[in-house]
Design a protein around this ligand. Structure first.
Ligand code: ATR
Length: 273
C-alpha cells in the first residue's frame, strides 16, 4: 500500500510534478503514490482537509496557493519562514502540519551544477514577486559579493532588498531595470514576463561568455530571455533543473531519501522536446 502525496495548484494539468515523483519513487523504491489536485481558485483549505482525510501524507503547493500553505502550516522550516511561502507540506506523526520551501535550495543546487559563481559573485535578479522572494534566502546563503534586485515596479525591489539586506555579507540593493549597470556572474529571470513572451530591457547590463543567464521558467523552446542572453553572448539555461531539484528536496523532506536527480532531469527534458 503506497503513501499518498499530491501537488495542489490552479491550474495544475500541465504540472510535471507527478512524473517527477513517480520517477523518484521508482528509483528509490519508496512506496509513494503522487497525484495532481486542482481544488479550484478558492478551495485550497477544503482541498487540503479532504486530502488528509483520504490518507494524504504530504503535498507540494504551487501557484496560487503557496502563501495559503504557509499560513496553514503549524510549524515552518527556517527556509519557509524566510520565504514567506511554502511549496511543501508534510503531515507530522502528531497530526500537525510542517511547512517547508524547497524552491530556493532547488535553484541554488541547479546553479551550482551549472558551475555558476555564487560565492563572491555578482548576481542580478529580475523580478520582485513571490517567486523571487522564495529563493532569495538560500541564494544569499551562498555569500555572493553583491545581489541586485531589479523590477518593473522598483519600489517592490527596494522593499525586498531591505527585507533581505545584510550588513555582514552580501550587499543587496533594489531598483528599476534601467538603473542596473555592469557585468554579472549570474542573471536570474524571476519575472513572469517570459510567460507573455515579454522581455525586461536592461540597457546598462553587459553580458559576456562568463555570464550565466538563468530563466526560472522552462519549456520545450528557449524563453525570450534566453534568446536575448544567447544573442548577447551569455551562457543560458532554463529552470527545468530547478524544478527537478526542488522536487527532490521535497521528496527528501517527506521520505528522508534524496533521489539522484541527473537521470530524472534528462528523462523530463526528453519528454519536453
Ligand atoms: P510570481 O509568484 O511568479 O513571482 P508575482 O508575485 O505576480 O508572481 O510577480 C511577478 C513578477 O514578474 C513581478 O516582479 C512583475 O513585475 P511588477 O512587480 O512590476 O508587476 C514581473 N513581471 C510580470 N510581467 C512583466 C513584464 N511584462 N515585464 C517585466 N516584468 C514583469
Amino acid at each position: 500500500m503506497s503513501d499518498l502525496y499530491c501537488v495542489f495548484g490552479h491550474p495544475i494539468h500541465h504540472s510535471r510534478s507527478p512524473a517527477l515523483h513517480a520517477a523518484f519513487a521508482a528509483q528509490t523504491g519508496e512506496a509513494v503514490h503522487y497525484e495532481a489536485r486542482d481544488p479550484g481558485p478558492d478551495g485550497f483549505l477544503t482541498g487540503w482537509q479532504a486530502f488528509v482525510e483520504a490518507g494524504g501524507q504530504g503535498a507540494n503547493v504551487t501557484v496560487p496557493f503557496k502563501e495559503a500553505a504557509w499560513r496553514l502550516a503549524d510549524q515552518l522550516s527556517d527556509r519557509a519562514a524566510r520565504a514567506g511561502a511554502a511549496n511543501t507540506l508534510k503531515l507530522m506523526p502528531d497530526g500537525t502540519v510542517l511547512g517547508d520551501n524547497t524552491d530556493g535550495v532547488g535553484l541554488v543546487r541547479d546553479l551550482i551544477r551549472l558551475g555558476a559563481r555564487l560565492d563572491g559573485g555578482r548576481v542580478l535578479i529580475l523580478g520582485a514577486g513571490g517567486a523571487v522572494r522564495g529563493v532569495l534566502g538560500p541564494l544569499l546563503d551562498e555569500m555572493p559579493r553583491e545581489v541586485v534586485i531589479a523590477n518593473r515596479t522598483p519600489d517592490k525591489a527596494r522593499l525586498l532588498s531591505e527585507a533581505f539586506g545584510r550588513s555582514d555579507a552580501s550587499a543587496v540593493t533594489g531598483g528599476h531595470f534601467d538603473e542596473v549597470t555592469g557585468n554579472f556572474d549570474v542573471i536570474i529571470n524571476g519575472t513572469s514576463a517570459s510567460l507573455a513572451g515579454a522581455l525586461p530591457a536592461l540597457p546598462g547590463v553587459r553580458l559576456t561568455p562568463d555570464t550565466l543567464a538563468y530563466d526560472m521558467m522552462y519549456g520545450a523552446a528557449p524563453t525570450v530571455f534566453m534568446d536575448w542572453a544567447a544573442r548577447e553572448g551569455a551562457r543560458c539555461e532554463d529552470g527545468l533543473g530547478m524544478l527537478v531539484e526542488q522536487a527532490a528536496e521535497s521528496f527528501m523532506t517527506w521520505r528522508g531519501v534524496h533521489p539522484d536527480t541527473g537521470p530524472v532531469r534528462e528523462a523530463i527534458r526528453q519528454a519536453l522536446t
